[in-house]
Ligand binder design. Structure first.
Ligand code: FEO
Length: 414
């Protein structure tokens, strides 16, 4: 124990959660990590804590380096439970430490703890904390991920401690991007970044763009980005900045995902000629059955694709429950720059496809209407109609996608 030195005098002292598979409802097949950082300087400073179950892990790491009672400052960049819920344990060891936190962070913290016994310094963008040889500059980043959120930039080391942003849910012995890529692959890391962004940060694209522009305007030189989850960006911090700029722009691949559920396999059967029609138009296609797939995987597939076809049978005149749940979840993530259509089977009255369109339109997504519906069981003629509909939808996606080609933003300098 004793952490990992990431810059001279700055140590990762976090915890790896190898076992978590459900992170507040988000499926994490690869676990995660809770990263926090200890600055050993004239005034010892801890940046962030970890989830309460892992308090002993971080304290052991800290003890491996120094006596925790000597911590003078604790920076709380974000008050969500996975980063803040061992603060009380750490404060027991170093009760005279000063907590540096945003105004909204302090107000939120008051709801979790009796904070009257602790010393606080409320900080805002541009405020600094000298640890001796190093200077931490605070940068408020409201809604990335909560209203309280902020980042800590250490000028002397060109290090941005970025809290949730730029993170990934990955449990790994690798602490750095280069180590992870050497052990697995660049693609595996990229997938983890997209998965995290799609499921957690998708609603905040506009804010992310604005915040990255602010960082660029401040002229902060960055050669390492240390998030509070997953690996630290050491080899190529510019890569993650570029990925975030692209994702904040709503960048997607020119492909289509069919996301559906089914009662007696009629809607499922429709996916086959639909996918064939899409392929015939020269567009890649993925097919996702909701009850066989974790929600977070379906969300990631949706996010990666420029076009989506939503398939739902009618049940009691409305959408099938798993499809309704998916669309409701998606709506909260406020997707943009995607085009969608809907299809499904019905017995007598119908209603699900219309409801799917209503929901898609309420999100502000462009839609291709009408969708395609089949009564009871698809016939050979219905298969042909589905094929043609898939082809036409793919042609619309090809046209729609052209609007975004060449519009990728210029990356921040790193
Ligand atoms: Fe990793 Fe918003 O907490």
């Amino acid at each position: 124990m004793g952490g990992v030195e990431i810059k001279p005098g700055i140590f990762w002292v976090g915890a790896i959660d190898w076992a978590v598979r459900d992170f507040h409802g988000y499926v994490t097949p690869n676990g995660t990590s809770y990263n926090n950082y200890l600055i050993l300087d004239d005034h010892v400073t801890l940046v962030d804590t970890v989830k309460h179950d892992f308090a002993e892990y971080t304290m052991e790491n800290i003890r491996g380096l120094m006596d925790p009672a000597k911590i003078e400052n604790i920076v709380v960049n974000h008050i969500e439970n996975d980063h803040m819920s061992s603060l009380d344990r750490i404060m027991e060891l170093t009760p005279r430490a000063t907590i540096y936190i945003s105004d909204r962070g302090k107000k939120g913290l008051d709801r979790f703890y009796d904070t009257s016994r602790w010393k606080f310094k409320i900080v805002k963008t541009g405020d600094t904390l000298s640890t001796g040889s190093k200077t931490i500059t605070f940068l408020e980043t409201p809604m990335l991920h909560w209203p309280d959120s902020m980042m800590s930039y250490i000028r002397e080391d060109k290090l941005l401690i970025s809290q949730d942003a730029f993170g990934q849910h990955l449990a790994s012995a690798a602490r750095f991007d280069d180590e992870y890529c050497d052990q697995y692959s660049v693609t595996a890391l990229e997938h983890a970044v997209v998965d995290y962004y799609a499921n957690i940060l998708m609603p905040f694209g506009t804010l992310i763009k604005a915040k990255l522009a602010e960082v660029q305007k401040l002229g902060l030189a960055i050669d390492m980005i240390a998030p509070d989850h997953g690996v630290i960006w050491r080899r190529d911090p510019g890569k993650i900045l570029k990925m975030y700029l692209d994702m904040a722009e709503g960048k997607a691949d020119r492909k289509i995902v069919i996301i559906y559920d089914t009662m007696w396999h009629s809607t499922e059967h429709m996916t086959i000629p639909l996918a064939e029609g899409i392929k015939a138009a020269g567009v890649e296609v993925d097919v996702i059955k909701l009850r066989a797939t974790p929600m977070s995987v379906a969300i990631k597939k949706f996010w990666e694709s420029r076009g989506a076809l939503i398939g739902t049978p009618t049940l009691n005149n409305i959408m099938f429950p798993s499809v309704a749940e998916f669309l409701q979840h998606l709506k909260g993530l406020r997707p943009k720059n995607r085009i969608a259509g809907a299809f499904g089977s019905f017995g007598w009255g119908g209603g699900a496809v219309k409801e799917a369109y209503d929901t898609l339109k309420s999100m502000g997504l462009e839609t291709v209407e009408p969708g395609i519906q089949v009564q009871y069981r698809p016939s050979v003629e219905d298969d042909q109609k589905c094929f043609e509909y898939g082809k036409q939808f793919a042609e619309k996606v090809i046209e729609y996608h052209k609007k975004f080609i060449g519009s990728e933003p210029v990356p921040c300098k790193s």
